[in-house]
Design a protein around this ligand. Structure first.
Ligand code: C2E
Ligand code: MG
Length: 751
């Protein structure tokens, strides 16, 4: 039951029943029948003629009596006297009318119309005085209407004060055929075709006898009852309705099947249309639903069977609207070329609990597309999706841009999930055959396990990881939850660095460098610091990488350079030659404007480039090695000193040493810190020092933390050193104090 209610047809049923219940579908009903009877117009039956009294300029009971007397002579079959009779004003007229009426004996029926529509209490009928009616029959008129006062039905009889009176339509149709119940007028009868006879001509004796003889005559006067709407025509008096009602009773049936049989048939046909498996029946079902909804009601009504299509039309309209809407969303949610659902479609799905989001990326996808004719692009994507589908048992595989495919997997332990994806990768070891083209497929996966986040975020996370897996040559890369928390920080790093520089949260620390030969501080390394107001101190290792990713490293480096030069100039002014070291990011070494920027800065500041040591590190991540070598050669040629930082750690250190013009090697602290305890590390450091000296390089040892290491390095012939033992990175003011103190002591000792 619940599944029926959830289905599209179930929902449509509920909506149309609500529309029906609140009467909102009546407007559709009104429109339908109005249109129907505008199209079909039949002539009125000839055996009923109407004599309106209104063409007599003035008339009272005497004139009415005269009309009746003339009529009687012409032998009508029966007369319906549909006039509100007032007595007392003209005694002779009253008597004449009473006599004329009585002269018809059984062939005259008095018409009494309810003053109201829709509900007919006894008080809404005004019977003429008994002396007028005499023994004449009485027929009543009582019409039910819709919300626009269009007539709908009349009963066959109405009970007033315990007596049953036939309605006018029933009377006109002749009682033998009348079934009890409601009469639904035949609106196909055009009211303008009801034969009219002028009362004036009748009184003047100008009406031929055959126009009246054997016919039913309705004598009528305006204003006897409220006007009503007549489907397909203008608002009329109730007389045409009486005629249409009588015509309906001449049909084989007079029943109202209600709206529901049509609705059931419509819903059944719509169910067939919406079943994918029955797509062959779609066209017959469409034809039948249109027939059911638009033609069946009109046809049935021709036999006197009433069944309104309003709620069926509503059902059809809602169904059509939903179809269009689905078509539109389908178009938006599917990739044009392959017809596969796209990421938008995936992001609108409800993943539920316990699901991982997986993004697969195909290496060199665009290149493969470039070698394929355009008409095979879709096939290529579909084959990949099919293979993923086979490997994962997932039906829907969604396609993103640039060879990305997305789906969700049941969340399993990470190792299980990874080996599952490795299995899927193995499935791709067999090449794909697209037309005459054969492709090897190199597939990588990004995994998001951050359940509870919205699907779009998860897809994006998995996308990032898939791209990383591709870049790092790994099968699977997991998107760690903490990265999401970091994302807003990373993405606004640009602005935050500017803010940090502006308000002094970013500053330069200086770590003293010691010369073993001269036994003094000969220089310092400038190291960047960031004391963030909310995140606390951020190590350069943490934010330099982010700054590089955010494309912010250039401005940061030039800021460091300016600050370091300011500091170096201040210290140099104290009298002794002082060497300042700055670090150059690997991202910048190969930049085209590097040399011009450096030379511009030193020239502007009037600073001797030989007092500045440029430390170059992370040699393996330099993108354009020849450009980097060229830049560094130029810088060295201008007088800058070059230092190879972290020597001994990068895989290309030795090659770098061979290629690069440099003045100094900085021994990485991982070797330095162990030379006292490890014979091997001592051997490495010792031979590196020899190697550097052989190549004309000075050697700086990093990370000297104790006296033993310090003196051992001295013994090994190291040129200079740096480390916590000799001085921590510190603010310029602190550094200056220390430096001035050592200078003073040295000067004092020289005296
Ligand atoms: P690095 O150039 O190798 O810097 C030396 C690092 O070792 C510094 O860490 C320093 O504080 C630390 N250090 C110095 N003496 C000792 C010691 O005795 N023991 C130990 N355990 N550590 C010692 P810091 O300041 O955190 O800098 C880390 C890295 O950040 C630097 O490595 C450098 O690669 C980068 N960096 C620092 N400032 C800048 C800068 O202005 N620009 C660029 N591009 N990178 C920078
Ligand atoms: Mg350094």
């Amino acid at each position: 039951m619940r599944s029926i209610l959830r289905s599209t047809i179930g929902k449509i049923t509920i909506v149309v029943l609500a529309l029906w219940w609140f009467g909102l579908s009546d407007a559709v009903d009104h429109g339908y029948w109005n249109l129907r009877y505008k199209m079909v117009r039949n002539p009125a039956p000839h055996d009923i003629v109407v004599i309106p009294l209104d063409d007599l300029k003035e008339y009272g009971n005497a004139e009415e009596a005269a009309v009746l007397v003339n009529l009687r002579r012409m032998m009508p079959r029966e007369v319906l006297f549909d006039v509100k009779v007032k007595t007392g004003a003209d005694h002779d007229g009253d008597t004449a009318l009473a006599q004329a009426l009585r002269s018809f004996s059984d062939d005259l029926t008095f018409v009494v119309r309810s003053e109201r529509l829709d509900n007919f209490p006894a008080s809404s009928f005004h019977f003429p005085p008994q002396e007028i009616i005499g023994n004449a029959r009485i027929a009543v008129s009582a019409w039910k209407t819709n919300f626009l006062a269009n007539a709908i039905s009349t009963p066959t009889s109405v009970t007033i004060d315990g007596r049953d009176y036939p309605t006018v339509s029933a009377q006109l149709a002749h009682s033998a055929k009348v079934r009890s119940g409601l009469i639904y007028p035949d609106f196909s009868i055009d009211p303008s075709t009801i034969p009219l006879i002028s009362a004036r001509s009748l009184l003047d004796g100008k009406v031929p006898a055959e126009a009246i003889a054997g016919r039913t005559v309705i004598i009528t006067a305006q204003g006897s009852a409220p006007n009503v709407g007549y489907f397909g025509s203008n608002v009329t008096s109730q007389v045409p309705l009486d005629v249409a009602g009588a015509a309906a009773l001449r049909k084989p049936f007079s029943v109202n099947l209600t709206d529901f049989p049509l609705l059931v048939l419509t819903l059944f046909a719509l169910t067939l249309i919406s079943r994918r498996s029955l797509y062959r029946l779609k066209i017959p079902a469409y034809i039948s639903v249109v027939a059911i909804v638009f033609f069946a009601p009109a046809m049935l009504r021709g036999y006197g069977i009433v069944s309104s299509p309003d709620i069926s039309i509503c059902a059809l309209l809602i169904f059509g609207g939903l179809r269009l809407w689905h078509k539109r969303t389908r178009r938006i949610q599917h990739t044009n070329v392959s017809g596969l659902p796209n990421l938008l479609a995936f992001s609108t799905t409800d993943l539920g609990v316990g699901r991982d989001v997986v993004v697969a990326v195909i290496a060199r996808y665009e290149e493969m597309l470039a070698t394929l004719p355009a008409e095979l692009h879709g096939e290529y994507a579909r084959q990949i999706a099919r293979r993923i589908s086979i490997g994962t048992g997932t039906e829907e595989i969604y396609q993103g841009d640039s060879g990305h495919f997305v789906w969700s997997e049941e969340a399993r332990p990470l190792e299980v999930q990874s080996s599952h994806l490795e299995g899927l990768r193995a499935l791709f070891s067999a090449p794909l055959q697209i037309g005459l083209h054969t492709f090897d497929t190199n597939i990588h996966f990004g995994l998001d396990r951050n359940e509870g986040l919205d699907t779009l975020t998860r897809v994006n996370s998995a996308l990032v990881s898939a791209n990383e897996a591709l870049a790092n040559g790994r099968v699977v890369e997991l998107f760690e939850a903490h990265r999401l928390a970091e994302a807003p920080w990373e993405l606004s790093l640009h602005a935050r660095i500017d803010e940090g520089l502006r308000n002094g949260d970013i500053w330069l620390a200086f770590q003293p460098q010691w010369c073993f030969r001269n036994q003094r501080i000969y220089g310092a390394e400038a190291l960047i610091r960031w004391d963030h107001p909310t995140r606390g101190p951020i190590t350069p290792d943490a934010f330099i990488l982010q700054a590089e990713r955010a494309g912010r490293i250039d401005s940061l480096t030039y800021w460091v350079l300016e600050e370091a030069i300011t500091a170096a100039m201040t210290i140099n002014a104290l009298g002794e030659r002082f060497q300042m070291s700055v670090t150059l990011s690997a991202q910048m070494v190969d930049k085209a404007d590097l040399v011009s920027r450096f030379s511009e800065i030193v020239a502007r500041r009037g600073f001797d480039p030989s007092l500045l040591t440029i430390e170059v590190t992370e040699t393996s991540s330099v993108r354009n090695r020849p450009a980097a070598c060229h830049n560094l050669t130029l810088l060295r040629g201008m007088g800058f000193r070059l230092s190879i930082d972290d020597f001994g750690t990068g895989e290309a250190s030795l090659a770098y040493l061979a290629d690069l013009p440099s003045d100094e090697l900085k021994l990485d602290r991982r070797f330095v810190s162990r030379i006292v305890s490890s014979q091997r590390d001592r051997a490495i450091v010792s031979s590196t020092i020899s190697l550097a000296h052989a190549l004309g390089q000075a050697v700086v040892a990093e990370g000297i933390e104790d006296a033993a290491t310090f003196s051992l390095l001295h013994d090994l012939g190291c040129d200079s050193g740096q480390g916590y033992y000799l001085g921590r990175p510190q603010s310029f003011a602190a550094f200056r104090t220390v430096y001035e103190e050592s200078l003073r002591q040295r000067r004092a000792s020289q005296l």
